[in-house]
Design a protein around this ligand. Structure first.
Ligand code: SF4
Length: 349
């Protein structure tokens, strides 16, 4: 397990130092279009996004950023490539954090300029190392963007920033390959205390992106690595928020939804598990009860498998048995079981 990372303040929140893993996403509207960007940010926040990043691609974004910032309830992050002066402009116009890539930041003193402004504006930085834009020096040394090369690039950049007396810095190391990303993050995390933003970059369209992200982020989160996450999906970014929540909950990092354990059904199934599982999920969501419920098809394995759930339903002889913490409460008709279940939840949870 990774040790605790350094706490980094980002606007009105913080990451690292034992804080809950923060969910972020990135707008895909034109940042200069304030209305469109604000409307997407509103949808992201409604879905549960806790920090929003917008591309700050030219100086034309400055007035828009200033306006967007006025309406933000969560931290506003600027995504900057190539140009230190854009990072400065973003911070001067309200960015709580700026993401810069040491591999493509032009000019000798670019990082010094960015750090000096971050100090003056009380903004945080993210050093974002990407396999597609690794420094030529490290590419030559390692022959490819290997996990070691990526981890070294991030470690060197953090050391330079720390040596400037600036510590509000997070790190991301991303590659479209899940194994490369996971290995690089593990290598970095083993030797550094900077909090990590984790994600699988260019993960693809919905299904692929969710599976790749679940595998990659899941592996890291189970190792205790990751202080903020972004699930990168081609399409509407609002989808990223729900996917991030589900990955965090599955990894045991945070709890957002009721958990419904339901069996896959087999030849022993004696009740309509699919329908009941959907209805149980719906009832718990409506009642906003973040508890664990089980829906099992038979009494052979059901109660045993479900005994760690707070409440469970198991089919048997065309009836449905209700269990709480593994103890039988009663046996009811399949028709009435949901009503009994709902009443029991109201009384006991
Ligand atoms: S709980 Fe019963 S019905 Fe469901 S898969 Fe297991 S054995 Fe089959």
């Amino acid at each position: 397990m990774a040790g605790q990372t350094r706490r980094v303040r980002i606007g009105n929140t913080a990451i690292g130092g034992g804080n809950p893993v923060l969910i972020q996403s990135m707008t895909n509207t034109d940042t200069a279009d304030v209305q469109a960007t604000l409307s997407q940010i509103e949808r992201l926040c409604f879905a549960g996004c806790e920090a929003v990043r917008c591309a700050f691609y030219s100086k034309e974004c400055a007035p828009a950023f200033k306006e967007i910032k006025k309406h933000m309830r969560v931290p506003l992050i600027a995504d900057v490539h190539f140009d230190a002066s854009l990072a400065v402009l973003a911070m001067e116009n309200g960015a709580d954090k700026v993401r810069v890539n040491p591999g493509n930041l032009r000019g000798e003193s670019a990082l010094e300029t960015v750090v000096a402004c971050a100090k003056a504006c009380s903004a945080a930085l993210r050093i974002g190392v990407n396999a597609g834009s690794l420094e030529p020096r490290l590419l030559k040394e390692y022959g490819a963007p290997t996990p070691q090369a990526l981890a070294q690039s991030a470690a060197e950049a953090v050391r330079i920033v720390y040596d400037m007396g600036f510590y509000d810095v997070a790190v991301s190391i991303k590659a479209s390959s899940v194994p490369v990303t996971v290995q690089a993050c593990r290598l970095f995390s083993a030797q550094n205390e900077a909090p990590m933003h984790i994600g699988i970059t260019e993960a693809g369209t919905y299904e692929n992106a969710v599976v790749k992200s679940a595998v990659g982020l899941g592996a890291l989160l189970l190792d205790g690595i990751g202080d903020t996450v972004r699930v990168s999906i081609t399409g509407d970014p609002v989808q990223e928020v729900d996917a991030a929540r589900r990955i965090l909950q599955s990894a045991g990092a945070r709890k957002f939804y009721p958990e419904v354990i339901s069996c896959p059904t087999c030849a022993r199934t004696q009740i309509d598990v699919t329908e009941l599982a959907h209805r149980v999920q719906q009832i718990l969501s409506e009642k906003q009860k973040p508890i664990t419920a089980a829906v099992m098809g038979c009494v052979v394995n059901g109660p045993g498998e479900a005994k760690h759930a707070d409440i469970g339903i198991a089919g048997g002889g065309n009836k449905a048995a209700l269990f709480a913490k593994g103890t039988l409460i009663g046996t009811y008709s399949e028709k009435s079981i949901l009503e009994v279940f709902s009443r029991y939840i109201d009384r006991h949870f």
